[in-house]
Design a binder for this molecule. Structure first.
Ligand code: PEP
Length: 232
């Protein structure tokens, strides 16, 4: 079981450093496949013994005239080789198109990054039935090489992100089953995963891990969620 923490626009450099130290200590002695945190760009730093630090975003260039962005050079300074691409907040709030996302994906694939690639539908799509739902979800793979060996897919229904309402086991199974038939990559679920729901979610066969937002912001609570997910 893999665990990923998306801090979004929360935490500072100092609090991220303290978080990683605390997570390391909370998880000492726990056998865990992988745990990664994605802090904001200003808090990027080298990972620790067991905690991988990844980037929430990166432009598809080494460096250059791209105001407000960070690129490969800034990530390499901290030996970052894991990146989140396609998150619904980037798609919806920052207007990232599928074409733009595919360029990012191709670039960071070329650089050998581990890519956590997010897809997910709004509630209106869910309500239109399965054909519309899967047509929408599959369109989020346009231009994406899903055979890339360092790809992890995260299914994150938008209606479950930050709402406190996680998808039900049946909701997750419906989508994960179809994605598993189509793609070989490890598959995460994300969307209001909490310490109280992790056991149920981790027990779903097609769930290889979770991407956690709000319930990851406190290291002690995230460690508790991880331990519950692992059943230790
Ligand atoms: C996310 O945005 O990736 C996420 C899963 O957030 P939350 O856990 O807060 O729903």
């Amino acid at each position: 079981m893999q665990f990923f923490a998306n801090f979004k626009m929360n935490h500072t450099r100092a609090s991220t450093t303290a978080y990683i130290e605390q997570l390391e200590s909370e998880l000492s002695g726990v056998a865990i496949e992988s745990v990664s945190v994605f802090p904001p760009a200003t808090a990027l730093q080298k990972g620790s013994n067991r905690v991988v630090v990844g980037a929430q975003n990166g432009y598809f260039e080494q460096s250059g005239a791209y105001t407000g962005e960070i690129g490969l050079e800034q990530l390499q300074e901290f030996e970052i080789d894991t990146i989140l691409i396609g998150h619904s907040e980037r798609r919806e709030i920052f207007g990232e198109s599928q074409e733009f996302i595919a360029k990012k994906y191709a670039y960071y694939k070329e650089q050998g990054f581990h890519i956590v690639y997010c897809i997910g539908e709004p509630l209106s799509l869910r309500e239109q039935g399965e054909d519309a739902l899967f047509e929408y979800l599959y369109s989020q793979f346009d231009g994406i090489d899903t055979n890339y060996e360092k790809l992890t897919i995260a299914y994150e229904p938008i209606w479950a992100i930050g709402t406190g309402v996680s998808a039900t086991v049946a909701d997750i199974e419906l989508v994960h089953k179809r994605l598993k038939e189509k793609f070989d990559a490890p598959l995460l679920y994300g969307g209001s995963v909490k310490v109280d729901s992790i056991e149920q979610i981790a027990a779903i066969e097609s769930v290889d891990g979770v991407l956690v937002g709000s319930a990851s912001l406190n290291a002690k609570e995230f460690a508790a969620l991880i331990k519950r997910g692992l059943g230790v």
